[in-house]
Design a protein around this ligand. Structure first.
Ligand SMILES: Cc1cc2nc3c(=O)[nH]c(=O)nc-3n(C[C@H](O)[C@H](O)[C@H](O)COP(=O)(O)OP(=O)(O)OC[C@H]3O[C@@H](n4cnc5c(N)ncnc54)[C@H](O)[C@@H]3O)c2cc1C
Length: 311
């Protein structure tokens, strides 16, 4: 009998693993737990700005979910509890993502309904000046919404001159920039959106996968440090960061499940965020480029991604 491989969650990494399902089925009895569609976060700001029709990507039609939600997991007995009952596994891949901190409307997990809600709001107050908050602020202002952005600093991971340049562009585009922490006291303008980053989900600790309030620790192969039959991809893993890492971790785990056991190598990743109409900021580590060429590259990447995962 083949070992039972259970894939949970339709995160960005899982889509990469599911892309190799024929090969996986030769070695494993594969089961999938999760929804049949998800949002490609690289593109949803463009949907808000009415520059793309949809950011929904789907589960492959040759995969039928055995349940739609994981509730908890017993890593010692190798059993997951789902909305459809208990499922045993020999190997497990978790790609259920993390969640927003809880200020106003969270951006993670992102849903189609949340996107419609944001689009329908005349004004938005965005909290957080990292890449997600900045990209969202530009997208909302491109769609003619009134935007307030609370950020002590703009793009704190990048050189200060880049942050200052982008802050000037935000203000020139019509964004009201408030250089302080959002306290939630005054009546906010429109919908409050939490772009302050993600935090762990409670069931990770309840199931013994992580310390309370921590992300899940993984070894060099992206396996859980204690339960080596569990692979972790994307935002759940302590050492991974962002959608590019989520995609790369999924590809890595797919190869590992197919017998190519190499350690996962962290790499500097290319990130591009759309800014003013026809422009984007490209970042590679601390290198940056703001202009039309970055915009064109980003649109190509997103178009290709959507084509690959829209069935
Ligand atoms: C506004 C914004 C813009 C961003 N832009 C970029 C970008 O341009 N580039 C970039 O690299 N990163 C970007 N990010 C970060 C990126 O979104 C995340 O790093 C990425 O989504 C992480 O993917 P993941 O695979 O961990 O899971 P997620 O994308 O969070 O997906 C998790 C999936 O699991 C499902 N799920 C959750 N719980 C369960 C459960 N219990 N059972 C079954 N299924 C479950 C969810 O419904 C969802 O489909 C952006 C984030 C935001 C907020």
């Amino acid at each position: 009998m083949k070992p039972r491989l259970v894939l949970v969650g339709l995160g960005h990494g899982q889509l990469e693993i599911l892309a190799r399902i024929e090969q996986l089925r030769e070695r494993y009895e594969v089961g999938y737990v999760g929804l049949d569609e998800t949002i490609y976060t690289g593109a949803f700001p463009q949907v808000i700005a009415n520059e793309m029709a949809s950011a929904v990507v789907n589960l492959r039609p040759d995969v039928t979910p055995v349940a739609s939600r994981l509730v908890s997991l017993d890593p010692v007995k190798r059993i997951i509890e789902t909305d459809q009952g208990m499922i045993a596994y020999d190997h497990l891949v978790l790609a259920t993502g993390a969640k927003s901190r809880g200020i106003g409307t969270g951006l993670k997990p992102m849903t189609d309904v949340a996107i419609e809600h944001i689009q329908a709001s005349r004004a938005v107050t965005i909290v957080g000046g990292g890449k997600a908050g900045v990209e969202l602020a530009f997208a909302c202002v491109r769609s003619k919404q009134h935007v307030t952005l609370y950020a002590k600093q703009i793009l704190p991971d990048l050189p200060k001159r880049v942050g200052r340049h982008i802050a000037r562009r935000l203000v020139a585009s019509g964004v009201t920039l408030i250089a302080q922490q959002y306290e939630g006291g005054d009546a906010p303008d429109g919908l409050v959106l939490d772009a302050t980053g993600v935090v762990p989900v409670e069931w990770w600790h309840r199931s013994g996968l992580a310390e309370e309030g921590s992300f899940i620790p993984t070894d060099a192969y992206l396996r859980h440090t204690t339960y080596q039959d569990i692979y972790i991809t994307g935002d759940m893993a302590m050492g991974l960061n962002g959608g590019v890492d989520a995609v790369r971790s999924g590809r890595h785990v797919a190869s590992a499940l197919l017998g190519d056991e190499k350690p996962y190598k962290q790499r500097t990743s290319l990130n591009i965020l759309l800014t003013t109409p026809g422009h984007a900021l490209l970042t590679f580590g601390r290198l940056t480029w703001h202009g039309r060429c970055s915009y064109w590259i980003k649109r190509q990447i997103d178009r290709r991604y959507m084509q690959k995962f829209t069935h």
